[in-house]
Design a protein around this ligand. Structure first.
Ligand code: NAP
Ligand code: COA
Length: 289
């Protein structure tokens, strides 16, 4: 298996909280859907009878993940290779999605890049890269999907953010700045595109187990003390985030637009943000740099 292979597997068991045919006839375009949280978001959308398009850079992973999503859910999944920083690639990917399915009812913007770094240790290019993938990338995809489909048909956009930007998390200037920009764009677009019957939302996960983000940002150091400090006494699961997204895209959430659902069990209210403790974690190598 190459380093770029997908190791993703669908959930072995899933309990429906909403009607299983909630999204029948709909199509979702999911950036970052070949891996991690967004793979499971795609899976849970598909379990509710939605077809999906998954979009990111690594073609082998995309193909393998699409096959696994189809196997696990019985729905269709189209893999498309694109870099969210490249408008022409997004335009081609959205054209391919529309040729295949004829519609895009739901857009999930989950593509992102992150790592731990002190602000002063970021090169100019490192800061720019994270801003370009997360913030510019989210804008680029929203603009193309709006122009090519949602402007005339409506839809729901869900941007995946985080909680780092709320308090100003240590070692996360780049990602926090990008996620804050996404949350601000979400408000502006909710106002501008509401008349087009488009809702624009953010879902902000806290730490989510069994993900690349968790591994990079210190997941290996999580112990029972850490979990006890979280109000709900555990970290999130990918399924938790998928279920939150299902609610946000459903008609139960018709009044929700221009805001962020924080899905973190209250973690941001109580989590450590102490310079010296986090610095020790960073230096001990428990978090991947
Ligand atoms: P992940 O599996 O690494 O997901 C990131 C995805 O983005 C990958 O599929 C990656 O695929 C894609 N991507 C990166 N750069 C791209 C680019 N330039 N163009 C297109 N696609 C690109 O990480 P994850 O931990 O599940 O994170 C998913 C989302 O949740 C992210 O928005 C993250 O910020 C957010 N989040 C995660 C956590 C957590 O605990 N994991 C907490 C809060 C928020 P390629 O590399 O193949 O392009
Ligand atoms: N600490 C500090 N700087 C880092 C870094 C780290 N751990 N990793 C990368 N950078 C810097 C690079 O050195 C480079 O800057 P330079 O040219 O001044 O040396 C800059 O960031 C861009 O790196 P590059 O590898 O060229 O970018 P890329 O576009 O190929 O990859 C990343 C983007 C860096 C975000 C990469 O980690 C990635 O693709 N991540 C996707 C998966 C992910 O992050 N998942 C978690 C989501 S929460």
């Amino acid at each position: 298996m190459s380093a770029e292979s997908s190791n993703e597997k669908c959930l072995s068991d899933y309990t429906y909280l909403f009607k299983p045919d909630l999204l029948k006839g709909k199509v979702a375009f999911v950036t970052g859907g070949a891996t991690g949280i967004c793979f499971t978001i795609a899976e849970i959308l598909m379990r509710h009878k939605c077809d999906t398009v998954i979009a990111s850079r690594k073609w082998d992973r995309l193909q393998e993940s699409a096959k696994e999503l189809e196997r696990g859910t019985g729905r269709k999944c189209l893999p498309v290779k694109m870099d969210v920083r490249k408008p022409e690639e997004i335009q081609a990917a959205v054209d391919k999605a529309l040729e295949t399915f004829g519609r895009i009812d739901i857009l999930i913007n989950g593509a992102a890049g992150n790592f731990l770094s002190p602000a002063a240790g970021l090169s100019f290019n490192a800061f720019r890269t994270v801003m370009e993938i997360d913030a510019h990338g989210t804008f680029n995809v929203m603009k193309v999907v709006y122009e090519k489909y949602m402007k005339n048909h409506g839809g729901v956009i869900v941007n995946i953010t985080a909680t780092l930007q709320i308090r100003g998390q240590m070692l996360q200037l780049h990602a926090g700045a990008a996620k804050a920009a996404i949350e601000t764009m979400t408000k502006h677009l909710a106002v501008e595109w509401g008349k087009d019957k488009i809702r624009v939302m953010c879902v902000a996960p806290g730490p989510v187990a069994d993900t690349e983000g968790y591994r990079r940002l210190g997941g290996r150091s999580v112990d029972s003390e850490y979990e006890k400090a979280i109000p709900i006494q555990r970290v999130g699961t990918r399924e938790d985030i998928g279920n939150t997204v299902i609610y946000v895209v459903s008609d139960a959430a018709q009044l929700l637009t221009g805001t962020t659902i924080i899905a973190d069990g209250g973690h941001w209210l109580t989590s450590d943000n102490n310079y010296h403790r986090v610095q020790r974690l960073f230096q001990s190598g428990q978090a991947k740099l």
